[in-house]
Design a protein around this ligand. Structure first.
Ligand code: BG6
Length: 488
């Protein structure tokens, strides 16, 4: 295996994401030998930490991982350096540049730089322009920018951000993170759709009746009210994760399994998103906020009672909606999506319901149920396919049967975490699992109309914590003669 060589400059080195996700992911890459001797990480943040203290933080973040021996952890942590940094101060970038060059020489990195923005998004643009003005980008080796969500707040702010990072980095140097694209079962969707002869021909409005996507969470707003109050479920989950999932579910077969071809296929889907007027958006998308409830004898606060949330907050914690694609293959197929916090259980899953067979020659032989394919993304990872069989016996009676496959716990635990995968992709120069600007532009424009519709509505509907959302979410499907297949 070729070890990856880079100086990784992490903006937001003292942050929660770095501790919870990035240090463990880097450790796993180190453990797997993807990172060995020729790398260094410079953590930056405002706090005046020493290298030693920073290394203690990194050590604490990885020490409980299954493969972490004290020796390995010490070797790993020795690659970490800290620089206290004011992102608005040009002088600090000069110091950063000198340190990066010093570490490049020390570890024999060859000029490769990965700039990772994992901090408050309002500074992303400032950082990118200083990287250019203070000439941090190297002439030899690669220079790549990894940028966390939220990528903007609406189309305008996303465009401003994109313009500012594009002044320093070309599109092929920008790696916009959507961690759902690093998930095993999201990637597996491509294998399922394009690696099987029998799904491809039936994957269109000729045979598919409707598609349902659920991203349900049990957690509430946690300690993230500051961010969540400005986002809400629509911006937090729909504009990014749900849209990406939708593209993988509906895109045409890419001409090749390459980043360019996959992005081109996704673009076609986003271009075909049926645009709603404000009135259509309010008819097709509903929102709600969770209220206090007692779950298993424990009282869970309502959203407006959470720390950091305004008592009259109009931020939605639940969204359900219907999307349509203006593509010949998908015209007439409703795509229902929903996501929310404080729902019944954590589950990300997709159900594809096929049309009934026609003509049905078994009208007198029991119920000929439509085929249903469910893709379990998380925490269960696998598939199930509902088919019609015949029950055992003399009579000819149809019987609904399930073919199912679930990855076992051992394989699930062994598989790389989304961040591990995505960091390796960025270090390897593979952009397949990152989002392009064109995708974000389209999805923000779509979502902005829904936002506008809701902003004109004075009332915030509610649902009790621990349920699957408001009745309006069920009504949305009932109006079309459908129901949510996944009903925990
Ligand atoms: C993040 C959102 O992008 O995704 C969070 O900001 C959410 O609010 C999280 O909890 C869900 O991710 P996962 O991987 O737990 O499904």
């Amino acid at each position: 295996m070729d070890e990856k060589k880079a100086v990784i400059i992490l903006f937001g080195g003292s942050g929660d994401l770095a501790k919870r996700k990035l240090y463990p992911a880097l450790f796993q890459l180190f453990n797997r030998g993807e990172l060995q001797d020729h790398f260094a990480v410079i953590g930056t943040a405002r706090r005046p930490w020493s290298d030693d203290y920073y290394q203690e933080i990194v050590t604490a973040a990885v020490t409980n991982l299954p493969q972490a021996t004290p020796k390995k952890v010490a070797a790993f942590a020795s690659h970490f350096y800290y620089q206290s940094h004011d992102v608005t101060d040009a002088e600090h970038y000069v110091t950063l540049k000198t340190l990066a060059q010093k570490l490049d020489d020390k570890y024999g990195v060859g000029g490769n730089r990965l700039y990772y923005m994992a901090m408050a998004p309002n500074f992303f643009g400032t950082i990118a322009s200083h990287l250019k003005s203070e000439k941090l980008l190297t002439d030899d080796g690669f220079n790549r920018l990894v940028i966390e969500k939220p990528f903007g707040h609406d189309y305008e702010s996303a465009k401003t951000l994109n313009d500012s990072i594009s002044a320093t980095f070309n599109e092929d140097q920008i790696y916009r993170i959507d961690h759902y694209l690093g998930k095993e079962m999201i990637q597996a969707l491509l294998a399922l759709r394009f690696g099987n002869q029998f799904f491809e021909p039936v994957w269109s409005n000729k045979y598919i009746d409707n598609i349902q996507v659920t991203l349900a969470e049990v957690v509430g707003v946690e300690e993230r009210a500051g961010y969540y109050e400005t986002a809400g479920a629509l911006r937090d989950m729909v504009q990014n994760h749900i849209m990406q999932l939708l593209a993988y579910l509906t895109m045409k077969k890419p001409t090749a399994f390459t980043a360019d071809a996959v992005h081109a296929a996704k673009d076609e889907v986003f271009n075909a998103l049926h645009p709603y007027t404000v009135a259509e958006a309010s008819a097709n998308f509903i929102r709600a906020q969770y209220t206090e409830a007692t779950i298993d004898g424990k009282t869970v606060p309502g959203y407006r009672q959470e720390d950091g949330v305004a008592p009259d907050s109009m931020t939605e914690t639940f969204v359900a909606g219907k999307l349509q694609l203006d593509m010949p293959e998908w015209r007439g197929v409703p795509i229902y999506v929903r996501t929310g916090k404080r729902l019944t259980q954590k589950s990300t899953q997709v159900t594809i319901t096929f049309k009934p067979t026609a003509p049905n020659i078994f009208a007198a032989n029991g119920e000929n149920k439509p085929n249903q394919l469910t893709i379990y993304v998380e925490p269960k990872e696998g598939y199930s396919l509902q088919i019609n069989g015949k029950n055992m016996g003399q009579e000819f009676e149809l019987e609904n049967e399930t073919l199912s496959f679930t990855h076992d716990d051992k394989s699930v635990n062994k598989a790389p975490e989304a961040y591990e995968r995505l960091l390796l992709d960025a270090l390897s120069g593979n952009q397949t699992n990152f989002t392009h600007w064109t995708e974000l532009a389209q999805t923000w424009q779509f979502v902005d109309v829904i936002r506008k519709a809701w902003d004109q509505m004075p009332n915030m509907p509610t649902y009790a914590a621990g349920t699957m959302g408001p009745v309006a979410a069920a009504a949305l499907l009932e109006a079309d003669g459908h129901h949510w297949v996944f009903q925990p």
